[in-house]
Design a binder for this molecule. Sequence first.
Ligand SMILES: Cc1cc2nc3c(=O)[nH]c(=O)nc-3n(C[C@H](O)[C@H](O)[C@H](O)COP(=O)(O)OP(=O)(O)OC[C@H]3O[C@@H](n4cnc5c(N)ncnc54)[C@H](O)[C@@H]3O)c2cc1C
Ligand SMILES: *[C@@H]1O[C@H](CO)[C@@H](O)[C@H](O)[C@H]1NC(C)=O
Ligand SMILES: *[C@@H]1O[C@H](CO)[C@@H](O)[C@H](O)[C@H]1NC(C)=O
Ligand SMILES: *[C@@H]1O[C@H](CO)[C@@H](O)[C@H](O)[C@H]1NC(C)=O
Ligand SMILES: *[C@@H]1O[C@H](CO)[C@@H](O)[C@H](O)[C@H]1NC(C)=O
Ligand SMILES: *[C@@H]1O[C@H](CO)[C@@H](O)[C@H](O)[C@H]1NC(C)=O
Ligand SMILES: *[C@@H]1O[C@H](CO)[C@@H](O)[C@H](O)[C@H]1NC(C)=O
Ligand SMILES: *[C@@H]1O[C@H](CO)[C@@H](O)[C@H](O)[C@H]1NC(C)=O
Ligand SMILES: *[C@@H]1O[C@H](CO)[C@@H](O)[C@H](O)[C@H]1NC(C)=O
Length: 774
Amino acid sequence: MFGRFLLALLPLVGSVLSQSGSSYTDPDNGFVFNGITDPVYGVTYGVVFPEPSSSGTYPDEFIGEIVAPLTAEWIGVSFGGAMLDCLLLVAWPNQNSIVASTRYATDYVQPTEYDGPVLTTLPSSYVNSTHWKYVYRCQNCTTWQGGGISLGGTGVLAWAYSNVGVDDPSDPESNFLEHTDFGFFGENFGQTENANYNNYVNGNPGTPTSTPPTTSPTGPTTTSPASPPTASATPYDYIIVGAGAGGIIAADRLSQNNKKVLLLERGGPSTGETGGTYVADWAEGTNLTKFDIPGLFESMFDDPDPWYWCSDVTFYAGCLLGGGTSVNGALYWYPTDTDFSTARGWPSSWSNHQAYTNAMTQRLPSTDHPSTDGERYLEQSAQVAMQLLNAQGYYQATINDSPDSKDHVYGYSAFDFINGKRGGVVATYLQTANQRSNFVYKDYTLVSSVVRNGSQILGVQTNNTAIGPNGFIPLNPNGRVILSAGSFGTPRILFQSGIGPTDMLQTVQQNAAVAANMPSESDWINLPVGMNVSDNPSINLVFTHPSIDAYDNWADVWTDPRPADAAQYLASQSGVFAGASPKLNFWRDYEGSDGIQRSAQGTVRPGAASVNTTLPYNASQIFTITVYLSSGITSRGRIGVTAGLNAVALENPWLTDPVDKVVLIQALEDVISTLPSVPDLTMITPDSGMTLEEYVDLYDPSTMCSNHWVGSAKMGTSSDTAVVDENAKVFNTDNLFVIDASIVPSLPVGNPHGTVMSAAEQAVANILALSGGP
Ligand SMILES: Cc1cc2nc3c(=O)[nH]c(=O)nc-3n(C[C@H](O)[C@H](O)[C@H](O)COP(=O)(O)OP(=O)(O)OC[C@H]3O[C@@H](n4cnc5c(N)ncnc54)[C@H](O)[C@@H]3O)c2cc1C
Ligand SMILES: *[C@@H]1O[C@H](CO)[C@@H](O)[C@H](O)[C@H]1NC(C)=O
Ligand SMILES: *[C@@H]1O[C@H](CO)[C@@H](O)[C@H](O)[C@H]1NC(C)=O
Ligand SMILES: *[C@@H]1O[C@H](CO)[C@@H](O)[C@H](O)[C@H]1NC(C)=O
Ligand SMILES: *[C@@H]1O[C@H](CO)[C@@H](O)[C@H](O)[C@H]1NC(C)=O
Ligand SMILES: *[C@@H]1O[C@H](CO)[C@@H](O)[C@H](O)[C@H]1NC(C)=O
Ligand SMILES: *[C@@H]1O[C@H](CO)[C@@H](O)[C@H](O)[C@H]1NC(C)=O
Ligand SMILES: *[C@@H]1O[C@H](CO)[C@@H](O)[C@H](O)[C@H]1NC(C)=O
Ligand SMILES: *[C@@H]1O[C@H](CO)[C@@H](O)[C@H](O)[C@H]1NC(C)=O
């Protein structure tokens, strides 16, 4: 009987050869279909839906066609992309007419008659000396037992082909043997809708509609040549994966230089300007989302539905347009000369960062007074900390006015907010890119791997069948792929592409779903992806002072903000909500017992993440000084993936080197050394029962994390210790690049995204200058 009806395989296991539908005009009837011509058997499959498809006069139907050579004895189509539990159609020629029926199967056996759908053969169907053609109207066909077509959305159709005739060609319910072959193609049903559908059902093409079909529909008697639907997606000069700090800058600069650029992002919109709609009740009716309002930063961490974090990364990482820049504290420091020095691991050609840093600050200047009225709000903690630091020989500066001065200096926190709202790369670089016709942005598109032939990258494998056959998106000849998926995301893509340490590639290989897309072992490229990463270890000290307004520890800013502050912000983007929680930053240099220069950074803010004290205290008066060990740090960890493809730290990077720990404890001791000089200032965590050394010893390592990960695809001069060369090109590949925090060899002196952005400016300039590209 029917032992193997194989139409069961899931279509999304990517094959480069698979297809997705594109628009074409049938030369016989002038209908504009969306579909494919399968390249092996030369059978064309097309569908067209009414506009709108889900309501109006024709809510449950579509018109389809099959054009097949006579060697196709019968053809099947599954409108749900699989054999089981989907509406199936089978058709074949019989003399000079076409015989067809709808079928259904719940097992891999002969699909049987399915009642409900109504098939009507439309006039342009025929059988000639070489082909048969079936143009049909399918009513009551968009839903069926257990399923349906996602009207206006996307889906997968399957086809089945047989070179063996059916048992009784005159009987629509005839039995037949198993298909000899089958395949799948993606359909964007939204793009198949046609306003002339009401004419099509009567066999006439109507007036051509806006989307220019590849041939002009001049009616059933046209002699213009058939335009076969193309089998491949649009190719690009540059495909950039990830719309965060690095990816957006790369996309803007490449499109500015007239390259054809595709930017892919796995998440969706963030700020209101980008179509984001995640708005607090108190801001309802505005486009001021959680990602626009600086004062909602602390609420990122206690949201009941934090959909914006990457669920498959074990640390905080933003999975939405803007990446980390849409969810971070937006502290924004212009890089120092040391940040790009060989001492920090950069190739010597990168020492001259200033031109690129200037390019960045020109597009995106910092501000240390983000409120639109120019005033500073909620600054009590800054004032108290200044008193503490003055007694230690610190001086005050506007930090970004002299970035290289980072010893015994403090200043008001600087941000990349604009007009009292989150600014960053999304409000600047992305906006200019968006204005160019050679730039395309696609969101909700997850890249799993690059598709490569040895050292040459051919394109990327995505889960978006609407833009590429089975999700594959090709490069133009000489085209290039740039990975900008962040410190965790980029390694994961590299591993799935067969690039990285052997143990990680073996781990990925154990995952059957992705192993199929990995290159064979002989094509693996061994590079230290994920090795020797760093993140700032950070320790919180909690204080009280009577002058402080702890702002209720930011607990109610999302649900129940102070009414006057909310009103002021909505009226003019000024006030407390125009700023994030940090208020003051400071730096001091240290030399470790190993002779290595290290830097400590402090960040001061009202409120506290946690308090552990035996002292009585007033919770309305708490504030925090977070002390980070920053540049020069020698501790390293390792980023990798589990077999389930969760991105994890295989080894934690915090304080693995004892000298780092000694220096950090010294920095903490220095910060509190002048405590008695500030009247009424009390440290409550750690409390008097504990030394700083004990406090650091007991500190939960996971709360030492600063989310400042760098170095997982390091830039360097040797493939033994680095993943990309000085042009950001992945070693041993022809055309694969990385532009994001993972190329930064070691931590800069401040919070890192300013350095990541300057690095992106320089990397993209190098790539543009590198010969052999598009
Ligand atoms: C909670 C938090 C607070 C922070 N605070 C600060 C701060 O105040 N100041 C500072 O300087 N830095 C801060 N940082 C760090 C800063 O945000 C990052 O250094 C910076 O965003 C890194 O940029 P990137 O381009 O490497 O990656 P990201 O900005 O993370 O962007 C990566 C993008 O790639 C997308 N992506 C990932 N995988 C895929 C895939 N497979 N397919 C398609 N798309 C994919 C992601 O959705 C994301 O949009 C903070 C980070 C966090 C998480
Ligand atoms: C539409 O088809 C379903 C089966 O999918 C059937 O149950 C239903 O009766 C049909 N509706 C009409 C109006 O014929
Ligand atoms: C038969 O129909 C096919 C499909 O439309 C067409 O390509 C072919 O030219 C036709 N052959 C003849 C002889 O008309
Ligand atoms: C919000 O944004 C949408 C889309 O950009 C726009 O149509 C609307 O007018 C905006 N609303 C407000 C209140 O600004
Ligand atoms: C692709 O993955 C993204 C991110 O996980 C998801 O939002 C999107 O819905 C997926 N698309 C498809 C077609 O599965
Ligand atoms: C793969 O590369 C080899 C040699 O490098 C080449 O001969 C072959 O045509 C390539 N295949 C594809 C599909 O590009
Ligand atoms: C709180 O502090 C005490 C000592 O003061 C310590 O023993 C305990 O482990 C601390 N708890 C946490 C959660 O840090
Ligand atoms: C706690 O601090 C707040 C704000 O400074 C003050 O209004 C309140 O009176 C204090 N409460 C006590 C019990 O001291
Ligand atoms: C990681 O760092 C250690 C210590 O500095 C070094 O010995 C090792 O070679 C590095 N490994 C890689 C792959 O860079």
